[in-house]
Ligand binder design. Sequence first.
Ligand code: ATP
Length: 251
Amino acid sequence: MSDMTALPFAPIARQARRSPLFPLEVRDLTLRLGGATVLDAMSLDLGATGCTMIMGPNGAGKSLLLKLLHGLLAPSSGRITWGDIPAEAATGRQALVFQKPVLLRRSVAANIDFVLKARGKDPNRRDKLLAQVGLAHKARQPARLLSGGEAQRLALARALATEPEVLLLDEPTASLDPASVQAFEEILCETCRSGMRLVFVTHDVGQARRLADDVVFLHHGRVVEHSPAVEFFPHPRSAEARHYVEGRIVV
Ligand SMILES: Nc1ncnc2c1ncn2[C@@H]1O[C@H](COP(=O)(O)OP(=O)(O)OP(=O)(O)O)[C@@H](O)[C@H]1O
């Protein structure tokens, strides 16, 4: 595996501070659920900067991998090592954004205020966060009245409010229109340039081409391929990844 720091976001990201959560080492990670092995001895190394895209067909194990990384599930065997940070401390230094935004039934501003207060962060950051995601003009509106794209940008602002060192994203733009996807990606690019580490699950090959520094391709609960994006998209090494990128059915 080549050094993942020497890729598209790197010239800017390299200037940023490096999180002690990295390098991330995943070793022989296995998860058994309901009598089935759903993640099968996965091993993976992620460097300190950039955007890693996790791809693969339905049921490959992408969401479960993110949940294990975030500490929402415990592995059956194997280990996850976040740099020199103990596992129990690592979760609080990450944020996870889901496909469906998780919001409070309060105003847009109050959604941010709640997170800032709960995490002991500076309450004065709220307006900057809302401006960052283009929602300053909606601050007083109930969050439930936001469009899907706006709601997902608010979910992203809530995640950023925790000042995570790594942002885990599980198909966050799957139900957004192209303009909303573009707006969301622009915010992500900016956060990545400022040094935040992104680990992003997507089925959108175009999005992966736009954002990825490296691609982890999963199939049947295994890591089939982990390559720099500049190598993965033109020359996927595995037949499964090649078929997937070409839009063919992967069984
Ligand atoms: N609680 C559970 N009990 C049993 N099997 C489960 C459970 N949760 C997930 N699975 C199975 O684990 C496998 C991987 O699930 P996962 O949600 O990680 O897939 P995915 O790659 O994210 O798929 P998709 O692209 O459809 O979202 C699937 O076969 C799924 O049915």
